[in-house]
Structures are given as C-alpha cells and as structure tokens.
Design a protein. Structure first.
Length: 236
C-alpha cells in the first residue's frame, strides 16, 4: 500500500465529499500539513489530480484550484467511458485476447477474489481494488490496439471522476464500507463475466457487459456526497 496512492485517494475523496469545494485554492504546503505528510508525495498527487481534471492551476500565485463540476458531468462521462470501453472489449473479443493480456486480466481476477473472499473490506483493500481495477481496464483498452479509441478515452478521462482510476476509499466510515463491498463485489463479478466473454470471443456480449459495468462506477460515486459548485474562497 503506497503512501502516494493513499494521498491521491484521500484528496480525491476530499473533493468528492466537499471537504475541498469548487473554487477552493489548494496549496502543496497547507495540504501536506493537513494530511501529516511530506510535500513531495503531495506535489505528485496534485499533478495526478490535475491530469484527471479535478484541479486547475491557480490564476494568481502557486498551487491549484478545485474545478467546478456537476453530478451530471460525472455520470455523462462515465457512461461515455462505458461506450468507448465497450467498443474496446468487442474489438478484443473479435480478434482474440493475446496471451500477455490474458495473463494480466486473470491475475486481476485472482487478486479480486482474494479481497471478496474475506466477506468485508479490510484496511488496504480499497487501495488494492483501485489498482486492480485500473490495471484491468487499462489492459483491456491496450489490447484493443486502437489509437483513436485510446486517445478518445484519454480526453474523456479529463472530466472529473471519469477514469477507471477514480476510486474512493473511506476506510473510517463503516456503513459506507459495507455498501461499497457489495458494489465492488458486483464489479468483480462483472470482470469475471467480461473475461469469459473475451476468451470465448463473444464480441457483442463483451461490449454489452462493459457498457453495463459503467453503472458500477456510478453506484460507487453515489455513496459519497457531491461537492457544491459555489466557490468557497478559502485556502487549503
């Protein structure tokens, strides 16, 4: 469990829940102090979140500002990702899954099984799942071998919380963890069904499963309160 990934998840969650609101200035020093960590991993985390479209460079001075977005923006972008990744899944199924990609996807399934076999989420499981999900989706898209599709997904990922890596892990909220376990277990089951469709070279089924899979991301986000769009004017 890397500190870097923990910080990214924590700041992303702060934006989603409204702890950091739209228009709020986020500086490396103050955020590092608030999280009790050094500035170096915070600097990297802020650059990653800026790439995700959650932050924009401040007009005056150094640091970033939290970008304004709506729940509709998030939902639309996730559904579009489902369409694009559904196309990737169909392409992979039709041409056949290559050996290396098959091994990576199988490894993701095995790692996921280990998480859900425990019957509940334990500390570190959320971060583990975030990595599994990101690798699974990225491997599938790469296996499609379609540059235009990859570029379209990269552009869509610039919309807040649209990418496969946009995960939340509220390890201190037991009710949320219980609900999240059910949502993520469904995602694991969909990964398994999708893998089976890819191996069987069922293009239409793989595409349909991938489109449906997008709704799991929407359900996971629904467990968290969206931020308001009004700038707070404060600084973190």
């Amino acid at each position: 469990m890397s500190q870097q990934r923990q910080i990214i998840l924590r700041v992303r969650e702060m934006i989603m829940t409204g702890a950091l609101q739209a228009g709020e200035r986020v500086t490396e020093i103050r955020l590092a102090q608030a999280l009790g960590v050094s500035r170096t991993p915070v600097r990297h985390a802020l650059s990653i979140l800026a790439q995700e479209g959650l932050l924009v460079s401040a007009d005056v001075g150094r640091g970033f500002v939290v970008r304004a977005f709506s729940e509709k923006d998030i939902r639309d972008a996730i559904l579009l990702r489902g369409i694009l990744e559904g196309t990737a899944a169909r392409l992979v199924a039709e041409k056949g899954l290559d050996v290396d990609s098959r091994k990576i996807l199988q490894s993701c399934l095995t790692r996921g099984e280990a998480i859900f076999a425990k019957g509940m989420l334990h500390p570190g499981d959320g971060i583990e799942w975030a990595e599994i999900n990101e690798v699974f989706h990225n491997t599938l898209v790469a296996a499609a071998g379609n540059t235009a599709l990859t570029q379209a997904l990269a552009l869509n990922d610039r919309i807040p919380f649209a990418s496969a890596s946009a995960f939340f892990d509220d390890a201190e909220n037991a009710p949320v963890l219980t609900q999240q376990f059910a949502v993520l277990r469904r995602a694991q089951e969909q990964h398994e069904s999708l893998f089976a469709a890819l191996v069987a070279r069922e293009g239409a089924r793989a595409e349909a499963l991938m489109r449906e899979h997008a709704y799991v991301a929407i359900d996971n986000i629904a467990l968290f309160r969206a931020p308001t769009d009004a700038p707070s004017g404060s600084e973190v």
